[in-house]
Design a protein around this ligand. Structure first.
Ligand code: B12
Length: 217
């Protein structure tokens, strides 16, 4: 599917979100997948694009907080609705735990990351937002995942991320850490780059390549 078609579906999807038309948004998602059966493209080229536009409209006071909440809730609902298409029958026996950094409320992006792992045969444990570091560590101890993925959207949560990474590293020196999220475009002096066994990725295309590499090991 060409760029123009994705753009126009993203725009129709955005209009549906702003009107609160969940049925239309759901139909558009299915229509997109009928033409291009790539959940990754649907997420990157339609959902992400539309939600970034929602952010711009909100920032410029063109829409209310209520409309922004509704748009996010509809998108999260559709992510859940697509879950049947996401589960892969080809399982890898690998596990990933995913969460937002402490203090971070933006959880749509990391949910998409969870779905990518699930599609690639991993068992994903999506904890979303609001998980304190101590509880995350306790969960990692119980589940013994191969990868822990953390999302950061707001740069003022960066200090929390550094603390969280240090705490996880102290207890699990071997675990592979994966971090990402839009805040990294604003962070110039990223001390986390020096952390051993920590990978930073910015989108689902890079993530797909990364998971494929892990799956070959
Ligand atoms: C919805 C939303 C909210 C909702 C979130 C609800 C929810 N259930 O998630 C609520 C209302 C809670 C919210 C609150 C706030 N928000 Co807000 N929000 C948004 C909005 C409109 C959409 C977020 C979203 O879902 N994007 C779509 C996803 C798919 O994109 P993504 O997160 O970037 O994820 C992609 C990649 O980054 C990557 N990725 C993400 N995480 C990870 C992790 C790993 C490991 C990997 C590999 C990849 C990866 O994969 C995804 C797919 O490509 C954005 C606009 C925007 N630009 O995103 C603003 C936005 C992020 N919010 C913003 C702000 C300012 C806030 C508030 C501070 C507002 C306030 N004054 O209260 C608070 C902060 C709350 C907090 N402590 O976190 C700003 C941030 C600007 C900045 N300074 O960084 C934005 C950009 C809006 C704007 N243009 O001003 N927000």
């Amino acid at each position: 599917m060409g760029k123009i078609e994705s753009d126009s579906i993203a725009n129709d999807f955005l209009q549906g979100l702003l009107k609160g038309d969940r049925a239309k948004c759901s139909a558009l998602a299915h229509e997109y997948l009928a033409q291009n059966p790539s959940i990754k493209d649907l997420y990157e080229k339609v959902f992400r694009v539309a939600l970034y536009d929602v952010g711009k409209l909100w920032e410029n006071n063109k829409i209310t907080v209520a409309t922004e909440h509704m748009a996010t809730a509809i998108t999260e609902g559709i992510l859940n609705e697509l879950f049947e298409q996401i589960i892969s029958t080809d399982r890898t026996n690998k596990k990933v735990v995913l969460a937002c950094v402490e203090g971070e409320k933006h959880q749509v992006g990391i949910k998409m990351v969870a779905d990518m792992f699930e599609m690639k045969g991993w068992e994903s444990f999506f904890l979303g937002s609001g998980i304190p570091t101590g509880e995350l560590i306790r969960f990692i101890r119980q589940t013994e995942p191969h990868v822990v993925a953390i999302s950061l959207s707001i740069y003022f949560n960066y200090a929390n991320l550094v603390k969280m990474v240090e705490a996880i590293r102290a207890e699990f020196p071997e675990i592979l850490l994966l971090v990402g999220g839009q805040a990294f475009t604003r962070i110039t002096n990223n001390e986390l780059e020096k952390t051993p066994k920590l990978v930073m990725l910015s989108d689902l295309n890079m993530l797909e390549q990364f998971i494929d590499t892990l799956n070959r090991k």
